[in-house]
Design a protein around this ligand. Structure first.
Ligand code: SF4
Length: 369
């Protein structure tokens, strides 16, 4: 079908519309299907947009504690787990935890996000993780953070000379993908410190044939970054906001995939002044966050901790009436203006706005060509 571009485009739009949400579907008694697992708050990076190391976890779960916790009923429907941190490869129990996770009956996918600094250790552990996943029919995806080319990456990450280490790790994985993962991608967080240098990073990724995605650096409860927000956020700086607007506009035009176009359009319109959330978010209805100490949260961005699972029942905490008020408050008030790049089903009215914007733009360009 890709041979016939027009038919392919129509097919893409139909598929896109099919996945659109027509009605509000939030059910407060639904068990979560997606787990975000910040396995440790230890980190070997000092990113300008993250302050997670100000909250080092003192009582990280032991292997036995994790085995008990992950088999709590609240995780019985989990299909996908995203492991992040801190730097997940610093967690000494990463492999034993994955060994336990892959045994979960309904698990379909594991995704790990890393800064890629510890090349040898990451390569060795990634190989083991992929073997475990393959044996248990679980898909394995790995993401690396790359926030600039050369010194800009080092500046955003707050550590000198880490660009070359990250590149070495990514190159080794990409060039030998069959032994490390099913899929990979590279994520760049857009902040004041890199906004004027993203074109350089983009050309580098293009030259390397790497799949790079861009997201905005935002305030995030889990990262404890509200105190440093003004130092990195492009939203608080008119010039940086304008540069970001232009950059994301360019991304809409360059992206081949309709979902990426929609994501970048949602960010662009947000920067342009319409600060309503147009992206979906699986965390509103389907997600749960578990940290390295066994604490749980509804979503990482806005939710306070709703309890610890070392000595408590997960379902009771998750479906507790008082706790559910926190979740409703997040959905009714915080989600509306949240620009985190989590995805989920898009709302019909926003998709129509997007398609109108897309075709209108095309029509105007054709008219004045
Ligand atoms: S939209 Fe934002 S605040 Fe709402 S659930 Fe998703 S990540 Fe949390």
């Amino acid at each position: 079908m890709k041979k016939n571009e027009r038919i392919y485009k129509v097919f893409q739009i139909l598929k896109f519309l099919y996945n659109t949400k027509w009605i509000k579907s939030y059910k407060s008694n639904k068990y979560p299907e997606i787990l975000q697992f910040p396995i440790t708050n230890n980190c070997n990076s000092k990113c300008v947009m993250c302050n997670v190391t100000s909250n080092i976890l003192k009582n990280e779960m032991t292997i036995d504690e994790f085995r008990k916790i992950i088999n709590d009923d609240i995780f019985k429907e989990i299909k996908s787990v995203g492991i992040n941190g801190g730097e997940p490869f610093l967690c000494k129990n990463l492999i034993p935890f994955v060994e336990i996770l892959v045994k979960k009956e309904k698990l379909e996918a594991i995704n790990i996000i890393s800064n890629g600094f510890l090349t040898n250790s990451i390569l060795e552990k990634t190989k083991n993780i992929y073997e475990l996943c393959k044996k248990n029919n679980v898909k394995f995806h790995i993401s690396f953070s790359l926030d600039g080319y050369g010194k800009i990456h080092d500046k955003v990450r707050g550590i000198p000379n880490v660009f070359s280490r990250t590149i070495e790790t990514i190159s080794s994985i990409v060039n030998n993908k069959e032994i490390y993962c099913d899929s990979y991608d590279i994520g760049c967080t857009v902040v004041k410190q890199n906004i004027d240098y993203l074109v350089e990073l983009e050309s580098f990724a293009e030259k390397m044939n790497w799949n790079i995605k861009f997201r905005l650096g935002i305030k995030n409860e889990r990262l404890h970054n509200s105190k440093i927000y003004n130092d990195f956020s492009i939203l608080e700086d008119e010039k940086a906001r304008q540069s970001a607007k232009e950059f994301f506009f360019g991304q809409i035009l360059k992206s081949k995939n309709l979902y990426d176009q929609y994501k970048y359009w949602a960010i662009f319109t947000y920067l342009d002044g319409d600060e309503s959330r147009k992206l979906g978010c699986d965390w509103q209805e389907n997600g749960i966050t578990l940290d390295g100490e066994g604490n749980i949260y509804y979503c990482a961005v806005e939710s306070p901790c709703i309890g610890n699972l070392k000595n408590n029942d997960g379902s009771k905490l998750f479906f507790d009436k008082e706790n559910l008020k926190i979740r409703t408050n997040i959905i009714n008030n915080k989600c509306k203006k949240c620009i985190h790049d989590y995805v989920g089903q898009f709302k019909y009215k926003n998709v129509i706005k997007f398609l109108y914007w897309k075709f209108n733009r095309k029509f105007i360009i054709r008219k004045y060509r």
